[in-house]
Design a protein around this ligand. Structure first.
Ligand code: C2E
Ligand code: MG
Ligand code: MG
Length: 541
């Protein structure tokens, strides 16, 4: 039975809006379909043009890689690509490619309209975890079989030293394009460190073929010394979304820390089991830390910039065992719903120290998750009722590491705490997506500007504009500001000029076991009063 060409076309259009044939010289040889609606230019305008002009520049390396990886009879995609636009709305299409044997090396491509992508790059770890989780969930419904590839490239660092910077940049673009082209939809690949990458793809060719394909795409020069190890993990699992997320994180952490180890294909279900065991062990450690008060609190000074950078109060930072930063433990406690008992224990200890030292003012961190708990508010009220001298000297920093789900409830709780004499500060302002909503909907005394803006400040740039506007906005709302991570005189100068009220950071002192006096940095030009000891702190007002 022979099929008329129209009928073949009919089948092709059943799944595509536009068909393009790309000649080996990179020009569009044939264009059929709804080009105007898809790309804004008519089919006739496309013929004879280079395909690169049709694709968003940020996605060209990915399309390059997709095309270069096609053997005769081979298929690639679908990957979602941005279409080049002349400044109008962003347009995107899912692109599939097929290299028909005996067609003179031309590649037949089908494009169907798709939602534009938000990223044209490799994901970072957090974004990749989220993307992988969503893909696994979606694949459950469609029965699609997915797998994750962990890839470790040896020789990248050596190559960076050896070749010219532009050559290395081009190689890096090919690497990114190659990884994206092999990933599901062109947007499920991640960079996990200088030589480690991962991607999610539909179950397909073996791991050796994947590695070989990537290496040849990145560098056709066999003397490049580039080589790769890879391992696959199947992604079929019936675990809950939360368990899946933990298992993916566990697998990625293992890969980041230990690289690709030998062995066959990994199994996500095994990762779920292993991560559950690890979580239980961690919960034990955390539970014991809280119950037996197996943690320390260290003091970091906060200075008053408008009083010559003299000591204003200390922030209490928690420490577990000898590990320097509590952050991983805090995140875990938040995820496992164990942060509230920790926060209560820390506030309790802070209140005890305030009661013992009447000259002291201290700030304790409280997770955004804890602040919506009535039990926490009740606990703090009881502590303050028992130690009335503490009123006015306890500051609570609401950290943004966990989102506050119920802002109205949080604000009612904050106002209760304020009535009891607590000073309320929003920590890490600008780090989370919801910062402005928090500023708008919560009654605050102080806002602490996230350290990332401060560290960038000294280099000029847009952060200084952001901070200046934020400080002005806060002043109108009668909210004072703290700059954290002030590491040197240039940063202090910049935040002072921006009108920030208080500052904290290595310039004044690192966290230490006892309330140390402020280091008075010798700044040229601005004589500063000598540092003062704890006993002579000004009031909050
Ligand atoms: P944070 O509240 O924003 O604390 C500031 C962090 O920046 C601290 O890290 C501190 O050691 C660090 N730091 C201080 N000055 C500088 C500087 O000049 N440069 C740089 N690069 N870093 C500086 P740490 O102690 O690791 O705490 C991390 C986060 O853990 C805290 O961020 C806070 O969100 C959370 N955390 C700490 N203690 C507690 C606690 O008792 N309860 C809760 N819920 N969270 C806590
Ligand atoms: Mg803090
Ligand atoms: Mg902070």
């Amino acid at each position: 039975m022979s099929l008329a060409p129209q009928r073949l076309l009919g089948f092709a259009f059943a799944s595509a809006d536009l068909l393009l044939e790309l000649a080996p010289d990179g020009r569009i040889g044939l264009a059929i379909g709804a080009s105007e609606a898809l790309s804004g230019s008519a089919e006739t305008d496309l013929v004879g043009r280079a395909w690169r002009d049709f694709i968003d520049p940020r996605d060209r390396a990915m399309v390059d890689a997709l095309l270069a990886g096609l053997k005769d009879g081979g298929r690639g995609g679908p990957i979602v690509v941005g279409l080049a636009s002349d400044g109008g709305a962003e347009r995107a299409a899912a692109m599939s490619a097929f290299k028909m044997p005996g067609n003179g090396g031309a590649v037949s491509c089908a494009f169907s309209r798709a939602a534009p992508k938000t990223s044209h790059d490799l994901h970072d770890k957090a974004a990749f975890e989220a993307a992988a989780g969503a893909l696994i969930e979606a694949a459950r419904a469609t029965g699609q079989e997915l797998e994750m590839a962990f890839l470790e490239f040896g020789g990248l660092a050596a190559l960076r030293e050896r070749v010219a910077p532009e050559a290395f940049l081009a190689l890096e673009q090919r690497l990114i394009g190659g990884l994206r082209a092999q990933s599901h939809g062109g947007s499920a690949a991640a960079s996990l460190g200088s030589d480690r990458f991962a991607l999610v793809r539909q179950k397909g060719e073996g791991v050796d073929a994947l590695v070989q394909r990537l290496i040849t795409q990145i560098s056709s020069d066999s003397s490049s010394g580039l080589h790769a190890n890879a391992r696959l993990m199947t992604l079929q699992s019936t675990a809950s979304p939360a368990q899946l997320a933990r298992a993916i994180r566990y697998a990625l952490d293992n890969f980041i820390n230990e690289g690709v180890s030998d062995g066959g294909t990994l199994d996500l279900n095994e990762m779920v089991d292993r991560s559950i065991k690890k979580t239980l062990a961690d919960v034990g450690v955390l539970g014991a830390a809280v119950n037996d008060k197996r943690f320390r609190l260290v003091y970091q000074p906060v200075v008053d910039l408008k009083a010559g950078s003299t000591l204003h109060h200390y922030e209490m930072l928690v420490r577990f065992g000898d590990s320097a930063s509590p952050y991983p433990m805090i995140r875990m406690a938040e995820e496992l719903d164990m942060i509230e008992p920790l926060d209560i224990a820390v506030v309790e200890e802070t209140v005890a120290r305030l009661a013992a030292e009447p000259g002291l003012k201290l700030a304790a961190n409280v997770s955004g998750r804890t602040i919506i708990s009535p039990a926490f508010i009740q606990a703090v009220r009881q502590m303050l009722a028992k130690s009335p001298t503490v009123a006015g000297r306890l500051l609570l920093e609401i950290t943004e590491s966990a989102a506050i789900d119920d802002l109205a409830l949080a604000d009612r709780h904050l106002s209760t705490l304020r009535q009891e004499g607590c000073v309320i500060c929003l920590d890490d302002f600008g780090a989370g997506a919801a910062s402005l909503a928090y500023l708008q909907q919560l009654t605050l005394d102080i806002v602490k500007i996230d350290g990332r803006y401060i560290r960038e400040l000294q280099h000029g740039g847009r952060e200084s504009t952001f901070i200046r506007h934020l400080v002005r906005m806060c002043a109108e709302l009668k909210v004072r500001t703290i700059a954290e991570m002030v590491e040197n005189a240039a940063a202090e100068d910049a935040v002072r000029r921006a009108g920030v009220d208080f500052a904290q950071g290595w310039l004044y002192g690192a966290p230490s076991d006892a309330p140390a006096s402020v280091i008075a940095p010798a700044v040229v030009g601005t004589p500063r009063p000598a540092a003062r000891r704890v006993g002579s702190i000004d009031s909050w007002g």
